[in-house]
Design a protein around this ligand. Structure first.
Ligand code: ATP
Ligand code: LTN
Length: 339
């Protein structure tokens, strides 16, 4: 039938956060941040700097303050658009802490005890196994559920927390009536596991003691070229993607992720050439990808007033969305709501 009204399809929603615990690496960028930029076209997106999560591990106040600002600026520098997406700092929206308490009372001790991140981090920080570190997933569930997203784009390491968020949402909906959208983790394939340049059996990690093992998003061109030159490969001296060639495979994956070239094209490009030329090309390509981001980051950090304005805009918009969900949750649980 002609002219029949079509139901309005709302865009699917996505939400993710990153902790301001240091300068992100090429791994964080290729595995998470870069995908967030692309997702803005297809989804209604919200992205936050998870600064409340950061203090589950001891932070130095002056350094934390700087890292929050830098991480927020970096999100803008990589191309997240504060006019299209919701971009904010978690601690600027009190509803996160408020909903976290309600959700904590609906999260079981046994569930939290099973979280591998809690086990890892409490082993690494044995002198500070605090309540917040244990309760981390119920704050993360609050971050997510407040914005009613359909998807949560994260790396594979966050899947367990996302599953617990689903459990908490389903439990709450079952006990008090339908309140939260039950979201799904959204784990991307390309760049999902960038490996250490010094030990390609391990993932690239910003907390690695060996600075040569990772590319920081703030490394300059010379540093990037030098780190790739030193990257561990093998003695075969042939650029090909194959089992047992973890170092070369990793460099090929990085090169492919930044140039969009296929593995076959890369093998052809470096046929008959040594690793020296190949490593140099990878370094050049990565430096070229990061240079505009670094320039934008420098500019953004020079104008703190403008940055603060973006933070304020994000906080205000986020607070509106979050307040609605919080109100609904409080009311369903039996609280007396003042009009
Ligand atoms: P740390 O190095 O301190 O252990 P991290 O680098 O794992 O931390 P997070 O801030 O916890 O960083 O992660 C931010 C996002 O980047 C997450 O979605 C995570 O899955 C992703 N990520 C982290 N490391 C890599 C990597 N080597 N390859 C691909 N994605 C990664
Ligand atoms: N736990 C995540 C950071 C994080 C997050 C979130 C991710 C905090 N809140 C909400 C997705 C959605 C990490 O350690 N990378």
């Amino acid at each position: 039938m002609e002219n029949q009204a079509q139901p309005i399809q709302r865009k699917k929603r996505a939400l993710s956060c990153i902790q301001p615990t240091g300068i992100p690496t090429l791994g964080n960028y290729l595995g998470a941040l870069r995908n967030w930029v692309q997702m803005q076209d297809e989804f209604d997106c919200a992205f936050a700097v998870a600064d409340l999560h950061a203090i589950t591990v001891r932070q130095e106040p002056a350094k934390l303050r700087q890292q929050i600002t830098e991480m927020f600026a970096l999100l803008l520098a990589i191309g997240l658009d504060p006019e299209r997406s919701l971009l904010f700092v978690q601690s600027h929206v009190p509803a996160h802490s408020q909903l976290a308490w309600l959700l904590s009372c609906n999260t079981q001790f046994g569930e939290l005890s099973r979280m591998t991140q809690f086990k890892d981090k409490s082993a690494r920080h044995a002198d500070n196994i605090n309540l917040g570190l244990f309760a981390y997933p119920s704050l993360m569930a609050a971050d997510i559920l407040l914005y009613q997203p359909d998807y949560v784009p994260v790396g594979a390491d966050q899947k367990q927390h996302c599953e617990l968020t689903r459990t908490i949402a389903e439990r709450f909906n079952g006990l008090y009536g339908n309140t939260f959208v039950v979201p799904e983790p959204y784990i991307m394939k390309a760049g999902a596991r960038v490996r250490s340049l010094q030990n390609p059996q391990k993932k690239m990690s910003k907390s690695d003691e060996n600075v040569n093992s990772f590319i920081s998003l703030k490394d300059d061109k010379d540093t990037i070229l030098r780190k790739f030159r030193r990257a561990v490969t093998d003695s075969e001296a042939q650029v090909r993607y194959a089992e047992g060639k973890d170092g070369v495979n990793n460099l090929m994956e990085i090169y492919s992720a930044v140039t969009d070239k296929s593995m076959d094209a890369i093998e052809a490009e470096f046929a008959g050439k040594g690793y020296g030329d190949f490593k140099n090309a990878v370094g050049e390509a990565v430096a070229a990808e990061l240079a505009p981001i670094q320039d934008r980051l420098q500019q953004l950090l020079q104008d703190k007033a403008q940055l603060e304005q973006w933070m304020r805009l994000g906080a205000e918009k986020a607070a509106c969305v979050a307040a609605r969900t919080l109100f609904k949750a409080q009311k369903k649980m039996g609280y007396v709501m003042l009009k």
